[in-house]
Design a protein around this ligand. Structure first.
Ligand SMILES: [Zn+2]
Length: 140
């Protein structure tokens, strides 16, 4: 359903937004030692992930939107399945959900943010093979 070449593929598999092959993060979102750490560049196509200084600061807008979406989702689920539950239960559920899901939302925010600016290129791997300085030096 979410095929290679779509933004959703890059976002949910946390792959390079240009080639959809290389990993975007150094580790799993819930691995504390590498939590939220983006690789410097793509291992496969060589794309430099931090396009400019403080590039990922803009991802705060995305994580805010994800937080609001989480709040609305929990609120709607409460109305549908537990309409008699009070506002305290809603707040507690939202608070616990935010704590549990924050590493994932933080990771998603950065990959969503970079996907606004970088588009899939099916020839990215070939281009890198031709133009990368490291490739040309290893062939000699
Ligand atoms: Zn790549």
């Amino acid at each position: 359903m979410i095929g290679k070449g779509t933004k959703l593929y890059s976002i949910f598999r946390m792959k390079c937004p240009r080639c959809h092959e290389g990993d975007f993060y150094k580790g799993h979102p819930y691995k504390f030692s590498t939590m939220g750490q983006v690789k410097e560049k793509c291992d496969k196509c060589g794309l430099k992930y931090s396009i400019e200084t403080s590039f990922f600061t803009g991802s705060y807008y995305v994580v805010y939107a994800l937080g609001v979406a989480l709040f609305v989702t929990i609120w709607v689920l409460k109305l549908l399945f537990f309409p008699e539950a009070g506002p305290g239960a809603l707040l507690l559920t939202i608070f616990i959900s935010l704590i549990v899901l924050s590493p994932l939302m933080y990771a998603l925010s950065k990959i969503i943010w970079i996907n606004f600016f970088i588009h899939y290129d099916k020839n990215a791997l070939k281009k890198n093979f031709v133009t990368s300085p490291s490739d040309s030096t290893t062939k000699k």
